[in-house]
Design a protein around this ligand. Sequence first.
Ligand SMILES: Nc1ncnc2c1ncn2[C@@H]1O[C@H](COP(=O)(O)OP(=O)(O)OP(=O)(O)O)[C@@H](O)[C@H]1O
Ligand SMILES: C[C@@](O)(CCO)CC(=O)[O-]
Ligand SMILES: [Mg+2]
Length: 396
Amino acid sequence: MDPVAGTAEHRGPVEVRARAPGKIILTGEHAVVHGSAAVAAAIDLYTNSSLLLRPAGPGEGGGAGSSAVELDLRDSGLTFSWPCSRLRGALGEEISANPGAPAPCSPDQLAAIARLLQDQDIPEAKIWLSAGLSAFLFLYTSILGCRPGKAVVSSDLPMGAGLGSSAAFCVSMSGALLTAAGAVSVGAHRGAEGWEVLEKGALELVNQWAFQGEKIIHGKPSGIDNSVSTFGKMIKFKKGELTNLESRNPVKMLITDTRVGRNTKALVAGVSERASRHPDAMASVFHAVNTISEELSSIVELVAEDEIAITSKEDKLAELMEMNQGLLQCMGVSHSSIETVLRTTLKYSLVSKLTGAGGGGCVLTLIPTLSSNIVLEKVTRELESHGYRCFKVEFL
Ligand SMILES: Nc1ncnc2c1ncn2[C@@H]1O[C@H](COP(=O)(O)OP(=O)(O)OP(=O)(O)O)[C@@H](O)[C@H]1O
Ligand SMILES: C[C@@](O)(CCO)CC(=O)[O-]
Ligand SMILES: [Mg+2]
């Protein structure tokens, strides 16, 4: 896994590329929105955003599309274009590029952005992209105003599946926009594959903007997804506070994507509604999740020196994940496809839990160090026979 996030590479004065990773949540999703601790790790799957800024206005050699803001979503095969004059007309007073001061999208801005989306022919089958498009227009115009340019986005991550695609989109886009605006600079450190890494203050700014973008997509995000995508590695996150965790032994997980589509915003709202119907019961559930995350984060950092110690460490991780899954069921965010994965992996004595917002999407299965490849192959084959997609991740 490459923990470098929010990286950017300059190619000439106005062409920038940035990438940011997805994540898994080991414990604490949903409860983290209500103040509990959660543990997450960046994974080696990235969203890439590239940005080409054109000279402003016609007649300055910008060519076709030179006075428009364009977005090319490579994975969806869709492109969008807004003439700068249309952006200025719709956003009017709302446009004042201020890259150094992240601010929330105002209701007026959001209404204007909704009108700008109506100009585009978004196919009904891909209407869920509207949230990402709104976040893009908000981030672009807040950071660069109406400067003409073209953004191209591609991703290794399944969209809307619990692996933080929305956060990786907002982090990589904020990184590219802020670098193009000249608002951030790279540090001395070189990351993996030759990527330059933004310096600490720059990453903070990227993270703050990405959080504002996530708010448009998620409604009420805790900030864990954008934080782990920006800063990478494994983190404990509680009430906006981030603690870096260092696992002394590699943790291996099988990720199963059930391919059941879901939407984090609706799931987060559903848990909040349950919490307002049963405040005391849900407060106990959130408290229990907090304890589980605190315990898991201290176990992850333990040094396991021999095989017995590794086994007992993994047994504890598995038990905590299992307990967390039970509490996620209590919150109402499991799904029959998730239950199928749990039952299937349990046949092979492997423990699983949903990751991200649930309701479908991805499930994590802990792969103990001593488990045989034959078991892993068998469980993978059985999961794939249900139409699910499996892949392995490992992190320290
Ligand atoms: N590469 C992308 N291009 C455009 N929009 C994107 C992209 N990635 C994510 N999005 C937007 O984010 C939405 C998915 O966000 P959502 O939060 O529901 O799922 P997730 O982030 O994959 O999972 P989780 O939040 O549980 O980790 C998509 O419907 C789309 O609007
Ligand atoms: C469900 C949730 O807890 C995690 C989604 O990856 C939402 C959030 O924390 O913003
Ligand atoms: Mg998301």
